[in-house]
Design a protein around this ligand. Structure first.
Ligand code: PRP
Length: 184
C-alpha cells in the first residue's frame, strides 16, 4: 500500500483510469481495424507515458512494435517553457507505417505539435495520438489527441506517469499534491 499523505485530492481514480483505458483501447482497435492496418508502431513519449503505454498495449489486438522517444519541455518546474528538445529519437523506421503516439498529457500542446511535425516528415502511413489527459484551458496551439482519456481542470497533477520533480509517477491515480509538497 502506498503512502499518499502528500495528496490533497484525487482527480481521476484508479477505477476510472482502468475503465477509460479499456475504452480507449477499444477505440484504437476499432480505428485500425477500419483502416485495415496490419501492423502498428506505438511510440511512447518518455517518461510520463510509460504507465499508460503498458496498460494500453496489452489491450490492443493487432501486431505492434514498441518504440520510445524522449522529449524535454518542462525542465524541473510546473509550467511548460515551449522549449522542446528531442533527447532520444525513435529506433524504428516509420515510413509507410501506421504510428500511434502515446502521451500522458496534452497541456499547452507545444510538445505534441513539434512531435507531429517531426514524425509527419518521415512519411508514415498514418499518425495518431492517444493521451490520457487533456488540459484544454492551457492550450497554446490548436491541437488535440485523436484518442483522449479525460479533460481535467488547470491544476498541476501527478500520478499514473505524471511527476513533480520526477516523483509520484508510480501512483495508480491522478491527483493534486498538497501545496507544501510543491515547495520541496
Ligand atoms: C510532459 C508530458 C508531455 C508534455 C506536455 O512531459 O509528458 O510530453 O509535458 O506539455 P505541453 O503540451 O505543454 O507541451 P515532460 O516534459 O514533463 O516529461 P516527462 O514525461 O518525462 O515527465
Amino acid at each position: 500500500m502506498k503512502n499518499t499523505e502528500y495528496i490533497a485530492k484525487v482527480l481521476v481514480s484508479e477505477e476510472q483510469i482502468k475503465a477509460r483505458v479499456s475504452e480507449m483501447a477499444a477505440e484504437v482497435n476499432a480505428h485500425y481495424r477500419e483502416v485495415g492496418a496490419d501492423e502498428l508502431i506505438v511510440i511512447g513519449i518518455l517518461r510520463g507515458a510509460v504507465v499508460l503505454l503498458v496498460d494500453l498495449i496489452r489491450e490492443l489486438d493487432m501486431p505492434l512494435k514498441l518504440d520510445f522517444m524522449a522529449i524535454s519541455s518542462y525542465g524541473g518546474g510546473t509550467t511548460s517553457s515551449g522549449n522542446v528538445r528531442v533527447l532520444k529519437d525513435a529506433a524504428e523506421d516509420i515510413r509507410g507505417k501506421h504510428v500511434l503516439i502515446v502521451e500522458d498529457i496534452v497541456d499547452t500542446g507545444n510538445t505534441l505539435q513539434c512531435l507531429l511535425q517531426l514524425l509527419q516528415a518521415r512519411e508514415p502511413a498514418s499518425l495518431k495520438v492517444c493521451a490520457l489527459l487533456d488540459k484544454p484551458a492551457r492550450r497554446k496551439v490548436d491541437i488535440k489527441a485523436d484518442f483522449s482519456g479525460f479533460d481535467i481542470p488547470d491544476e498541476f497533477v501527478v500520478g499514473y506517469g505524471l511527476d513533480f520533480n520526477s516523483l509520484y509517477r508510480d501512483l495508480p491515480f491522478i491527483g493534486v499534491l498538497k501545496p507544501e509538497y510543491y515547495a520541496k
